[in-house]
Design a protein around this ligand. Structure first.
Ligand code: NAP
Length: 387
């Protein structure tokens, strides 16, 4: 019996992971489940899935949970509580499914305890890739990709020598605005941006998919996870979201991983790696699959992808600034304070304003993140005043 804790069990990945575990994994028991604010759903999850303990980041949510639940296991609170849940000595696996920068410290806490990490929180690698990978190597901790593209690359490279990889191609659905002209992008609403054509995900990653920033983050994630150079990682738009990514080898062969767009499949693969176990998850209906299309991304209409690629090339703290400004801009867009087309402007302005420094410690990462957020918030206010 192995024990798994889910950081972010009330989110999109967390809820799907609970479904996967309850349906297919008789040999997994639950350690901690965690949330930021959603005490009600966490209380339901406790009743249904019987974890060992829970952690709630927001103090009000902790109080509410205490009022509505009679759970008699450990109930932790605050950032420290989330970190303690990640580093709990009973964990064999931690699924890191927090969104954004909040995932960095708990992910590192699990790694420092030598606990295997199934990683959905790509932002941890975007902002602290070097630290995370160095600690994972030092503690001999496997980092198992949960992102469908990186799971695809993992599946294509099992048994292959790393030197035989020529390049990897990450596929992207293109999001809801794939065919929208540049002028029309100015007018799109949060509701439209939140309606993803092929994937059902949390709000932040759905907006990141609409701007293609998500794909930029994934290039940075692949760079760290697979030890590739930036030139070895390409992006292609593939609207059907059936080919999750592919790997070209030095002999000219190509391996791709295909499947229906359902995150339960890569979650299941990360939890069973390196073996495969049967599931009843949906199958591809080949007879109804009339075409698989691929086209290059348009970075004029979707400049966030280029901003991310540039930040990867620049290195040092540029990806931290990129991520912080993106989090601020996406939130401002969801709150209707800025337009969709302002998102890249806020990020570019922040990148221009914050000098790049070497990331030699987590404290520096946290410091750069704080500075970049202040700058991005100021840029959002400025844009708001001009409207
Ligand atoms: N969703 C997908 O299909 C998908 C696919 C590939 C990769 N990913 C990646 O997986 C990660 C999670 O995405 P998601 O879509 O599942 O996000 P989500 O639905 O927004 O869920 C995020 C989870 O993290 C918790 N959380 C948020 N901020 C927190 C904080 N400051 N402290 C502690 N907990 C916090 C949330 O609690 P509350 O419920 O209280 O907000 C929730 O449980 C992201 O990095 C995303 O890029 C997601």
């Amino acid at each position: 019996m192995k024990t798994i804790s889910i950081l972010g069990s009330t989110g999109s990945i967390g809820r799907q992971a609970l479904d996967v575990i309850a349906t297919y994994h008789g040999d997994l028991q639950l350690g901690f489940l965690t949330t930021n604010t959603n005490a009600e759903l966490l209380a339901e999850q406790v009743e249904r899935y019987k974890p060992y303990g829970v952690a709630l980041c927001a103090p009000e949510a902790y109080q509410r949970f205490r009022q509505i639940s009679s759970f008699d296991g450990p109930v932790l609170c605050g950032k420290e509580g989330i970190r303690a849940a990640a580093a709990w000595e009973g964990n064999d696996i931690v699924l890191s499914a927090l969104v954004g920068f909040a995932g960095v410290e708990p992910t590192l806490a699990a790694i420092e305890r030598g606990i295997t990490v199934a990683l959905a929180n790509k932002e941890a690698l975007v902002v602290a890739g070097e630290l995370v990978m160095a600690k994972a190597r030092h503690h001999n901790v496997p980092l198992l990709a949960v992102d469908s593209e990186h799971s695809a690359i993992l599946q294509c490279t099992v048994g292959e020598h790393p030197d035989s990889i020529e390049r990897v191609v990450l596929t992207a659905s293109g999001g809801p605005f794939r065919n929208l002209p540049l002028e029309a992008l100015e007018q799109v609403t949060p509701e439209q941006a939140l309606r993803h054509p092929t994937w059902n995900m949390g709000a932040k990653i759905t907006i990141d998919s609409a701007t293609l920033m998500n794909k930029g983050f994934e290039v940075i994630e692949a760079y760290w996870l697979f030890g590739l150079s930036p030139e070895q990682i390409s992006v292609l738009i593939h609207p059907q979201s059936i080919v999750h990514s592919f790997v070209e080898f030095t002999d000219g062969s190509v391996k791709a991983q295909l499947g229906v767009p359902d995150m339960r499949l890569p979650i299941h693969y990360a939890l069973t790696y390196p073996s495969r176990r049967p599931t009843a998850l949906p199958r591809i209906q080949w007879e109804q699959l009339s075409r698989l299309e691929f086209e290059p991304p348009d970075t004029t209409r979707f400049p966030c992808l280029k901003l991310a690629l540039d930040a990867l090339h620049e290195g040092k703290s540029a990806p931290v600034v990129l991520n912080a400004a993106n989090e601020v801009a996406v939130e401002a867009f969801i709150q209707r304070r800025i337009r969709f087309s302002d998102i890249p402007a806020v990020i570019a302005g922040t990148l221009d304003a914050i000098p790049s420094v070497a990331l030699t410690s987590l404290e520096i990462v946290i410091d750069v993140d704080r500075h970049a957020r202040h700058k991005a918030i100021a840029l959002v206010s400025h844009l708001q005043q001009r409207r």
